[in-house]
Design a protein around this ligand. Structure first.
Ligand SMILES: Cc1cc2nc3c(=O)[nH]c(=O)nc-3n(C[C@H](O)[C@H](O)[C@H](O)COP(=O)(O)OP(=O)(O)OC[C@H]3O[C@@H](n4cnc5c(N)ncnc54)[C@H](O)[C@@H]3O)c2cc1C
Length: 406
């Protein structure tokens, strides 16, 4: 992408007109769905590829890497024009965890090879972080990567790896130096998943789905150019990646699974209470009002955090988003169950409302555990936002080789 043309500065109005004209010429509204929404994946990918090639997918990014070097405000104009006609594919410079991490910390060779295909959805990824003995204490990873000539050889085990069964690459956290304290001996790789040394075993979840897996490495190979940052800098690369993951998790989560449409445009909890004939119950009314207020407040806080970030200042409110969303999802599921009363004990396709309530109750743990548990989020807020003393960590300054395994 080095021969990319420079893009002249534009006024907001010119930019708005350019996006609208491009959408008018290219978007016919026929592409539905996307990674989460079903639909025709081939048509969806073909559309996203078009958006990437036209440089609308990541307009905040540099021109050399698929972007237009736009300010956050101008990129929002692009996003609004896409939203107006319901076209997907833009805003990946805010939401695409893998591509953003690669852009920030990858080698040029790896960026040239993978950023385009990641943006276009042609290759899929997973997160190879957690291990049986290293979840909240992620710096305790014991999967090892040893440099042999122009590649690393990886041995060890990961767990809770979402989408590992289909992923082409995984962002891998592995130990490359055992003689330094735990945070300093970790490196961060893009590991090719489709190889003999990688074995993926599915796990069954509490929701009866099977999105995550155990992953075993036996002499798996990762080229040295797939290292992000320097050897031993993996912890700081991880912080870049985690910030993207948590900000996305703070904005939303999966909705009901039944696919039964809500009858009206009303708030779903109000519609449910009306349908169940419980809308005049004063206690339920208070519960519903509280959940809706939490949701609105969280949306406003998230918008405030983004405005702070756009002005170049970090925002303490950003750390609250994921924790807040986790509490909202648990509370919303509890209120759904309360509205249905004993009816929530039913299951099966003929009881879609009960199925939804039960699914949402169980799935709320996705946000309160994945990407860092609520307790860990509280520790982060306590230490980094409120300035409370740090948790004691006895193994922080000890060479990792001498740290006792759990
Ligand atoms: C839906 C889902 C998807 C996931 N996807 C992935 C993935 O794709 N890739 C991946 O690598 N991982 C993934 N994970 C794993 C997830 O990141 C870990 O489960 C999480 O970090 C917690 O680690 P753990 O399960 O080992 O729990 P532990 O760390 O063993 O924690 C157990 C309990 O102790 C508490 N605790 C631990 N330490 C402290 C502390 N210092 N202070 C206070 N309380 C503490 C925790 O909050 C928790 O309640 C996923 C998890 C879920 C639920």
């Amino acid at each position: 992408m080095d021969d990319a043309p420079a893009i002249a500065a534009q006024t907001d109005d010119d930019l708005r007109a350019e996006v609208a004209a491009w959408l008018k010429a290219n978007w016919d509204g026929s592409v539905r769905g996307g990674p989460q929404g079903g639909g025709d994946m081939r048509a969806y990918r073909a559309w996203v590829a078009k958006v990437v090639d036209a440089r609308w997918a990541a307009p905040r990014w540099p021109v050399a890497w698929y972007g237009r070097g736009l300010s956050n405000e101008q990129a929002r104009i692009v996003e609004r024009e896409f939203a107006k006609v319901g076209a997907p594919g833009t805003g990946q410079d805010r939401t695409q965890l893998y591509a953003n991490t690669l852009l920030a910390r990858g080698t040029d060779a790896l960026k040239a090879k993978l950023i385009g295909p990641i943006l276009k959805g042609e290759i899929t990824m997973c997160l190879l972080y957690s291990e049986p003995g290293a979840g909240s204490d992620l710096a305790g990873v014991r999967t090892r990567a040893e440099l042999k000539g122009d590649h690393y050889v990886v041995n060890g085990q990961k767990v809770w790896t979402s989408t590992a069964a289909t992923a082409d690459y995984g962002m891998l956290l592995a130990r490359t130096n055992w003689d330094v304290p735990k945070h300093q001996g970790i490196s961060f790789f893009f590991l090719p998943m489709k190889q003999k040394g990688v074995e993926v075993r599915p796990l069954r979840q509490i929701t009866n789905e099977s999105h995550f897996n155990e992953v075993f490495f036996t002499d798996a190979i990762v080229p040295a150019e797939n290292l992000l940052g320097e050897p031993g800098q993996g912890w700081s690369v991880l912080q870049t990646a985690l910030a993207y993951e948590r900000s996305v998790m703070g904005e939303g989560a999966r909705g009901p699974r039944s696919g039964v449409a809500e009858a009206t445009n009303e708030e779903p909890l109000i519609a449910l209470a009306r349908e169940a004939g419980r809308l005049s119950d004063p206690l339920l009314r208070q519960d519903i009002a509280r959940v809706i207020a939490y949701r609105r407040l969280n949306a406003l806080n998230t918008a405030r955090a983004k405005a702070d970030l756009a002005q170049g200042t970090s925002s303490p409110v950003m750390s609250l988003g994921k924790l807040a969303m986790s509490r909202i999802l648990h509370e919303e599921a509890r209120v759904r169950t309360a509205i249905l009363g004993a009816g929530s004990l039913l299951e099966g396709p003929e009881h879609p409302r009960a199925e939804d309530a039960n699914f949402l109750t169980l799935n709320a743990y996705f946000t309160s555990i994945g990407g860092g548990t609520d307790q860990i989020q509280r520790n982060i807020i306590g230490e980094r936002v409120l300035g409370l003393p740090k948790e004691p960590e006895v193994d922080r300054d000890v060479p990792f080789r001498e740290v006792r395994g759990g």
